[in-house]
Design a protein around this ligand. Sequence first.
Ligand code: NIG
Ligand code: FE
Length: 405
Amino acid sequence: MSRLLVRDLAQLVSPAGSGAPLRGAALGEVDVVEDGYVLCGDGRISAVGRMRDLSAPLDNVEELDGRGLVAIPGLVDCHTHACFAGDRVEEFALRAAGASYEELHAAGGGILSTVSATRAAGEEALTAGVRRHRQWMLRSGTTTFEAKSGYGLDRETELAQLRAVRAAGGIPTWLGAHAVPPEFHDADAYLDFVLAEVLPEAAGLAEAADVFLERGAFDERQARRYLTACADAGLVLRLHGDQFSEQGAIPLAVALGARSVDHLEATSEGGIAALAASEVTGVLLPASALFLDRPMPPARALVDAGAAVALATDFNPGSAFTESLPLVCTLAATQLQLSPAEALTACTVNAAHVLGRADRKGRLAPGYDADLVLLDAPDWRYLAYHLGHDHVAGVLLGGERAELG
Ligand code: NIG
Ligand code: FE
């Protein structure tokens, strides 16, 4: 039995309560313990508390000195596109000179340029790529990550992407409806192909399915068709919706019982009310809005209306080239009018809920997986407060110290 005691922590912080997802006032409630400890055994957290309440001495326990450090739950990134080859640095320069993301996409660049590079890479290189990206995420404190396919759009590459994500320790989502690839003339013909030829095997590799419901990608009818087939194959449903325009993503997500609808930069008051009245979680991606110079999602209004929200990076080479959830927390506090506590909950237990893992991930509490981030900071709110700083002094994954190098 391997046991590890992280002792003399300046603080440890965890979303309050035991349910998920947290909404309304509960989103902003965190438990903070000063001068605390976390005891881990067999990959789980067995106890947390104040040092003065620790029944000492414990036998057979390895100790980790937490003086000057703050422990938070391992961060959960519930929306990434971390499996890709190549980059979009040329496009980045064109956008800096005034070209828009939608124009580049319509001209066959954007997502489709990453599709060309990803198709050419081969599974081994894709797996190595996700492992490299996973290491970047770990250094930023992300201990659980989802990653989507969607840069293959052919049978072989879509399935290779899902296997690569799994091999690198990620949770795969089949984004088979991300864009229409150049060899198809229209979205319906492409959907005929993916649903017949890719879905049967993708359903055995992925946990969820996702679709880009947007002008220039898939419309409401096509998204409904894709998602209905994916639900019938046993996949959890997610949508990229309301990124540039409202095309019915929220009503569709609610009607189909989707787990999440992600982006929401273009969501109106009607959409906010519909989401708030539902079980669907809104995943907010402020790094993408920042990177594309787009409006921020109406986070405050969503939370105040009672919607369940999570935060994620949207890490990808085109619209959000960042793996940093601490940066996302800074954006949440400065651009989305969320408190540091709301931001922490949104990228821990609420993000774990989006991934169907809120019973094991996202809290520092007995029974949860021993995934911890140790921040070199005097107060846990430095996570959001110290813009662009690398606070992560250590990461425990299942009670084991992770190699960050
Ligand atoms: O979530 N909007 C669609 N998909 C991604 C971007 C993917 C890309 O640009 O490569 C997003 O922003
Ligand atoms: Fe995305």
